[in-house]
Design a protein around this ligand. Sequence first.
Ligand code: GLV
Ligand code: GLV
Length: 316
Amino acid sequence: MKIIVTRPIPRAGIDILKQAAHEVLVLPHDRPCTRSELLAATQNAQGLLTMLTDKIDDDFLQQRPSVKAIANYAAGYNNIDITACQSRGIHVSNTPDVLTDATAEIAWTLLMMAARRAGEGERMVRNAQWTGWGPMQLQGMSILGQTLGIIGAGRIGSRVAQIATAFGMQLLYVHRRETEPMAQLEARRVTLPELLKESDFISLHVPLLADTHHLIGAKELHMMKKTSILINTARGPVVDEAALVEALKSKTIFAAGLDVYEEEPKIHPGLLALENVTMLPHIGSATVRARSEMSKLAAENLLAMLRGQRGKTQVV
Ligand code: GLV
Ligand code: GLV
């Protein structure tokens, strides 16, 4: 059995793979592989442990007929053409659950930083532009007791909501059905327009699909309160970035906090010019614990799928 891991990942998973497979090759670059590097490395490989930065499409699969199973090192798997995998009988898994807490923490980090203008303040201090305490300086938005709207109440969205109860917040959510965890938090399921109009904070937790692409565009941003804050830790293309730049520039909304972007790692130049956006470099799952658990789960999934068993978190 030949297994390719497309980037260095924490050891736990590599050890699991090495105990079971004949050949495990971890590509050495700490950057996304180019298409030709990926093709060259995966010749005759049966198992792939891929990153969200690897584009696995039909054309790639056609050129690599030996591939039987793909374990994506992420909860989201929009980088993989699932339909193409299905039609070729290739199994695919992801790594949900183990990164739920880490990603919920990053959503909260962004929410608090954006509300209290922490990035702006930090830049001021670092750039030696702070002239001392000021009564009018850096007034942000309060968080406690406000209304939080969750768009996509899966595992991560529900965890973000649960944390909000410690802040005495009212909870609204948009989801295809009512969910038990959200009902327990006394969250109210509403329509998207209702959520946009009533929330002080809006946090996105939907997967990237055809019908969530640009879910938040100019029209939706204009429905939001002028004092509201938009948080995106899901996938960049869920938000129309050009529309967001306009909304932030014209103060249609108060601020945004982003961990993901439409064309990573490119950042829209309009965002870079604004103070009322807090930006992180896609680090939702980047804790020592989550990354180690992701590494183990991806490795276990891959071995199970290659043995013809069902992976613990198999997608197809
Ligand atoms: C990260 O973005 C993930 O989907 O795991
Ligand atoms: C992630 O695993 C989610 O379902 O939100």
